[in-house]
Structure formats: structure tokens, C-alpha cells
Write a protein that binds this ligand. Structure first.
Ligand SMILES: *Cc1c(COP(=O)(O)O)cnc(C)c1O
Length: 239
């Protein structure tokens, strides 16, 4: 996609984010945008950077590392959004600024160990499956009856000294109607409030939710960080 188009799209997204935020009395400046660059070449990242984007998101650890190393952008954060296999945990700690998809105690322990080796703190989001969709990763949080049983796992993750839990992340099931995502976003927010009460020494202030098709709905349900690919960069060329 040519440069003018990416700039135009990015500005349009920012404008619509502001409208969504103001519609419920939220400060638009408090909402961050991850530009999801998976499936796009480094040139697309550069164009988004020129448009003003400073947070980029990738789904596959190695695809992102190639871009991170090729581009060497300064003042930029790279976020890992996709499922992380244990054997990729070290690279996440070495190359990424934030992980959105922490979904097990085992992965948390591995990440914590690697972060300790290189003496860094890794901000993380706990990925939650609040829809019950079988294809989704994430802690099984679709049934409120089960929330209490997740506390021990989450407590052990928040106890990892090198991980900084920022909040929760979810993906709503695919739908053409953004209103279909609302109950899932609402459940994630409710779960974060539940965790805030249940684990008072940890914080779950941030909500990573909303993509190209439903980010405005996510913002009206409390998203603090939205993850947008297609609506800014166009369709993914190499997937
Ligand atoms: C691909 C992806 C996105 C962005 O999706 P778009 O529909 O292109 O905006 C956001 N979050 C995750 C976890 C993704 O995998």
C-alpha cells in the first residue's frame, strides 16, 4: 500500500478513536494503538512509522525479529501478540518490549527465567478466552463460575518478579458486526475488576482488546490499547 494511504488510514483511525473515547467521556490520549505489521514487509512498518506510529505488533516471534533487526527503529516498541511456544520464549525476552499473549504458568516461568538472565522486566498481558470459542488461546475465562479457580495460576504469574502484569488481553470471535464483540469485551473488563479485587497486590488496569473491525466497540468497553492491522496497512500480502 502506498505511503499516502497508510498515513491517511492512520489519521482516520486516530480520529475515530478520539470520537469513540469522547462518546463515553474518556481521554483519547489514554488509548494506545498497536499497528499490527504481521504479514507486511519492513517497508510497510517504515511507512507507518513515518505516519506517526510508535508501537508495532507481530504474531510470529521470528517474523518480528527479522523486521526489528532490519529496521533498527528508535523510539519504537515492538509488541508480541501471538501464541508463544516455549522454545521461542527466550527470543521474546530478547527482542520484544511487551507480550500480549501470556496464557500459561509454564510460559510465565520460562519468560521470567530468561528475563532474570538478561536482567530485564517484561510487561505482559494475560490472554483470556472469554468467548469459549475452541480455536482461541488464553486462560479459560468465559464462565464466571470458573473465575475463582483461575486465581492461583494468575497469582503465581503476578508473583514472577521479572514480569510486570499490565492487564488482560482478548480477541473476540470473528464477526462482521462489531456489536457482536461487545459482550466479550465487557466480560474481559468484568474479569479484570474481579482480579483487581481478588489479587489486590497486583494491577490489571490495562485492557488490550479491539482490532480493525471492532476497536470502537472495544474503546467504549474500556480498551486502553487496541491492535489494528488491516484498517491501517491494508490486507496482508504474504499470508
Ligand atoms: C492479526 C491480529 C490483529 C490485527 O487484526 P486486524 O483485523 O488486521 O486489525 C490484532 N490482534 C491479534 C492478536 C492479531 O493476531
Amino acid at each position: 500500500m502506498e505511503q499516502a494511504r497508510i498515513l491517511e488510514n492512520y489519521l482516520e483511525i486516530k480520529r475515530r478513536i478520539a470520537i469513540a473515547a469522547e462518546s463515553i467521556g474518556r481521554d483519547p490520549a489514554a488509548i494506545k494503538v498497536v499497528v499490527v505489521t504481521k504479514g507486511h514487509p519492513p517497508e510497510a512498518v517504515q511507512e507507518a512509522f513515518a505516519a506517526g506510529a510508535r508501537i508495532f505488533g507481530e504474531n510470529y516471534v521470528e517474523e518480528g525479529v527479522v523486521k526489528i533487526q532490519a529496521l533498527q527503529l528508535t523510539g519504537v516498541d515492538w509488541h508480541m501478540l501471538g501464541h508463544v511456544q516455549s522454545r521461542k520464549a527466550r527470543q521474546v525476552c530478547q527482542y520484544y518490549d511487551t507480550l500480549h499473549s501470556l496464557d500459561s504458568e509454564k510460559l510465565a516461568r520460562r519468560l521470567n527465567g530468561f528475563c532474570a538472565e538478561i536482567d530485564r522486566l517484561l510487561p505482559v498481558f494475560l490472554e483470556c478466552n472469554v468467548s469459549g470459542e475452541a480455536s482461541k488461546f488464553g486462560l479459560p475465562a468465559w464462565d464466571e463460575q470458573d473465575w475463582a479457580s483461575l486465581i492461583p495460576i494468575i497469582r503465581s504469574i503476578t508473583g514472577c518478579s521479572k514480569l510486570h502484569v499490565r492487564g488482560l488481553m482478548t480477541m473476540a470471535p470473528y464477526s462482521l458486526d462489531p456489536e457482536d464483540s461487545r459482550p466479550h469485551f465487557r466480560r474481559l473488563r468484568k474479569f479484570s475488576q474481579f482480579l483487581g479485587r481478588s489479587i489486590p497486590d497486583a494491577r490489571f488496569d490495562e485492557l488490550s482488546m479491539g482490532m480493525s473491525g471492532d476497536y470502537e466497540t472495544a474503546i467504549t468497553e474500556g480498551a486502553t490499547i487496541v491492535r489494528i492491522g488491516t484498517a491501517i496497512l491494508g490486507s496482508r500480502p504474504n499470508i
